[in-house]
Design a protein around this ligand. Sequence first.
Ligand code: ARG
Length: 472
Amino acid sequence: MNHKNQSNQMWGGRFSSGPVGVMEDINASIDFDCKLYAQDIHGSLVHAAMLAQQGIISKSDHQAIEKGLKIILQEIEEGIFTFSRKLEDIHMNIEARLTELIGPAAGRLHTARSRNDQVALDLRLWVKEQIQKIIKNLQDFLSNLLIQAEKHAETLMPGFTHLQTAQPVTFGHHLMAYVEMFGRDLSRLCDTLHRMDEMPLGAAALAGTSFPIDRFMTARALGFREPTRNSIDSVSDRDFVLEFLADAAITSTHLSRLSEEIIIWSTPQFNFIRLSDAFSTGSSIMPQKKNPDAAELIRAKTGRIYGDLVALLTVMKGLPLAYSKDMQEDKEAVFDAVATLELSLTAMKGMISDMTIQIAMMEKAAGSGYTTATDLADWLVRMIGLPFREAHHITGQIIATAECKKCNLEQISLSELQVIHPAITKDIFKFLSPKKSVKSRKSYGGTAPQEVRRQICYWKKRLAKIQESRHA
Ligand code: ARG
């Protein structure tokens, strides 16, 4: 094969032959990094303006560059821009087109810049925007959860440990556990956004530049808090992507746990909820079936997001400073994670607001399986002064009686209870129904409806505050 005279027009000065096909296949990133076109052009517009302001390029070159970049933006958005794999990536595709449009002035745009800091900037801009979108999506989802929690602040359901019926709780309380989880996810994303709010452009290849650039101006114009402080770190850091992927992995874990519960709750055996038709499918052979496919897929997609995180951690772990081409592998992982998380969140949001709660079934289950046994033991401690261990033992005897009679605890008569312990009075019946049990758990953060409502109030205020600060 003769590759002579086909060297890359951007960096081919010292090369006498172009890349063989397989090299192009492994090297080119344009098939996926074309996603960064808007960020790339935005970064270039600001960079060119800064170069002009600092007298590094002329006003007329700046004007030509600006005009050309805007044409390119339009061409890409209209779908008439031809991307070329020969030009490797989005940065060189745009620059090559700029040269076609405005001639040699295009070559001045890359003054005091390298693709290393350029790609670091583009990806940061993109990830920042996506995190903001996900934060918005999470806020909406939290609002939906709060609406359901408020509706069901008094709806009884069995609480579980080891997936065994444990103590009665309210469905609102259970949903509020997810509000706490997704609320932490939200605050993690806000932290990530804050930490990554530093602008890398101007680090050039790795060492900075001898041109009198103004990185503070660039940072301001691109909406960053400040420029990065170390040029080597600027081009080699992908922590911001890793951190986002870790946030996404934790959020998807939470989505997966909720999916799992939705799947269990919607089985005919539990029958706690009915999913809307919109979020379930039928079986092609078994007419009676309604499958919770959306929940199952959200549960499964968690694996993709973990994969994205582990892929990039692995890419980064052995890299010497500063830039290495390995880092080009960051993009597909983060693109996939963002798309997957957005889709899962949106589907979960729909599922939660559409589902029907089978209140009667939940309440019935809340009372079966001796869920108020702890209340009984607590009463023996509080009212008769028994040590908890002894109260536990006596409660066990009462449960055995109930099992024998195939009835609930509150259905055993006082005289039967007194046979087991003579000091028991009728006062105990105030605590044996699931409703009374729930109402009595008034400790801060407990399941009593008044406490659940207190926490709903807290989250409504907190969400409103986050919304305000994001709009400020
Ligand atoms: N496409 C490259 C990436 O995504 C851009 C940076 C290339 N820099 C270089 N020196 N080859 O990482």
